[in-house]
Design a protein around this ligand. Structure first.
Ligand code: KIV
Ligand code: ZN
Length: 520
């Protein structure tokens, strides 16, 4: 049996640092759906959000804390009493709650951001940990910008916060500045110079500004860190965090080298990655390690030849291990409810009879348009069912009628079901069919929005593939909101995505982070 010293704790912060990705913003329902997948993956810790940042995030953390069992549920908090109280309240319902409090420790942050001296920062950190400890046993402390902090001061802060009760001390490379050799040495230095370090787990939290976040995290593990923080698909502030799926698979695949175990199971990584991409509206690059579409595709003749003779010649991981099922064709228009239920359960959805009725009707409609319905199509279909699920005042696309081409000016007639339960119809011209659709919708919705981004992706290959549209709009509050929609007709998908973006503006306006918490 492995001891705790031989185990690396996997800390997922997709729902917190990942949500800080510019242009992201999730509803409580979306966060819960992702958390369920993280639970299936058996990650050790889910950082569900930043309770004090907005009422919506508070509610999302509370729901996750109440529903998700297994992983520790954590909320971030600045080292100020109000934040810690909010975090404690949000994670109260969890079987295993954690408060993660943080404070800048580098001189550059102290001088320009905090405008406080080292003594003040030290006592704020200690006070914050003590306050968190009065609520929960499991407290994590992060000296922000640790890799640009004077090591002697860093050691002193760590010593004091462990004494105050921190059970995990996290070493953030907040601006992605370090490199593997330097970071490993920093962790070793901490183990040598902080005399009470054996009373806490050393964690690392690496950003990817120089593309070294995963390498830095693994080097830190070699130096003695036993918790790694990261996000699915490498999302996060600026260039993102360490891609947690890469850390997981590196530790598993190179067990011969690292000799460390993890409890996390990678079988659901693929589905989790696709859900995160869908909900955040950030498609995964094709050649991304572990979860990119090409991650297990062999294209050159020499590789293919060797691969057919012996898989391990060109494959270091089993695609199955991360839930990669290729493009297996599964269902068609003659498939019944039992077949659909079984495939849905394979891709991680267990539905009530009532949900099944709605989903089966949508499936039949899709199967009429598309000869073969794959697992990917089913995931897109489920995402479509969940869109706007927890938005109270939502618009819904009822009908899209478009005339386009290069003879006459494109014109769209759109029927919407408005939040008051009444149908509205409007027609408009546009420079193209999508522009006409958006203009027609604008004429029925009172929101001031500006379209900033439009992208189409196909879910699978083939002429009848489902098209997935991502639209980003700027709301009147200046924030960016993403909307998604899928259909075998990309103009219909565009109408759905645009309306989804409008619904998010309606749902989230007034629930954006306060000015101070935006500065984290
Ligand atoms: O990057 C960072 O320093 C953070 C802290 C809040 C841990 O996200
Ligand atoms: Zn971060």
């Amino acid at each position: 049996m492995s001891s705790d010293k031989d185990k690396v704790i996997i800390f997922d912060t997709t729902l917190r640092d990942g949500e800080q990705t510019a242009g992201a913003g999730l509803t409580a329902d979306e966060k819960l759906r992702i958390a369920r997948h993280l639970q299936t993956m058996k990650v050790d810790v889910i950082e569900a959000g930043f309770a004090a940042s907005s009422p919506g995030d508070f509610k999302a953390i509370q729901q996750i804390a109440r529903e998700i069992e297994g992983p520790v549920i954590c909320s971030l908090a600045r080292a100020v009493p109000g934040d810690i109280d909010a975090a404690a309240e949000a994670v109260k319902g969890a079987k295993r709650p954690r408060i993660h409090t943080f404070l800048s420790a580098s001189d550059i942050h102290m001088m320009h951001q905090m405008r406080k001296d080292r003594e003040t920062i030290m006592s704020m950190a200690v006070e914050a940990v003590r306050r968190a400890k009065s609520y929960v046993e499991d407290v994590e402390f992060s000296p922000m910008d640790a890799t640009r902090t004077d090591p002697e001061y860093l050691y002193a802060v760590l010593r004091a916060t462990i004494e105050a009760g921190a059970t995990t001390v996290n070493i953030p490379d907040t601006v992605g500045y370090t490199n593997p050799v330097e970071f490993k040495a920093l962790i070793e230095g901490i183990r040598e110079n902080v005399d009470n370090i054996d009373q806490a787990v050393i964690s690392v939290h690496c950003h990817d500004d120089l593309g070294m976040a995963v390498a830095n995290s693994l080097a830190a593990v070699e130096g003695g860190a036993r918790q790694v923080e990261g996000c699915i698909n490498g999302l996060g502030e600026r260039a993102g965090n360490a891609a947690i799926e890469e850390v997981i698979m590196a530790l598993k695949t190179r067990f011969d080298y690292y000799g460390l175990t993890i409890d996390t199971e990678p079988g659901d990584i693929g589905a989790t990655s696709r859900l995160v991409a869908d909900v955040f509206g950030f498609p995964v690059q094709y050649n991304k390690a572990i979860v990119g579409q090409n991650a297990f595709r062999h294209s050159s003749g020499i590789h293919q030849d060797a691969f057919i003779k012996e898989r391990t010649t060109f494959e270091i991981m089993e695609p199955d291990a991360v839930g990669w099922r290729g493009e297996a064709l599964v269902l068609g228009k003659l498939s019944g409810r039992a077949g659909l239920r079984s495939r849905l359960s394979d891709v991680g959805y267990r539905l009530t009879d009532e949900e099944m009725d709605i989903t089966f009707a949508a499936f039949k409609e899709l199967a009429d348009q598309k000869k073969e319905v794959t697992d990917r199509d089913l995931e897109a279909l489920m995402s479509e069912q969940h869109r706007d699920a927890d938005v109270e005042r939502a618009y819904k696309v009822v009908k899209v009628d478009v005339v386009a081409g290069d003879v006459n000016m494109p014109r769209a007639t759109i029927t919407l079901l408005a939040p008051d339960g009444l149908e509205r119809v409007n027609s408009s011209n546009g420079t193209g069919p999508v522009d006409a659709v958006c203009n027609a919708i604008d004429g029925m919705v009172d929101e001031e929005i500006e379209l900033t981004e439009f992208a189409v992706n196909s879910v699978t290959e083939g002429i009848d593939a489902l098209g997935e549209v991502t639209i980003r709009v700027r709301g009147a509050d200046g924030n960016i909101y993403a909307g998604r929609g899928s259909s075998t007709d990309i103009v219909v998908a565009s109408a759905k995505a645009y309306v989804n973006a409008i619904n998010r503006v309606l749902a989230m306006a007034g629930d954006v982070a306060t000015e101070q918490t935006q500065e984290v």
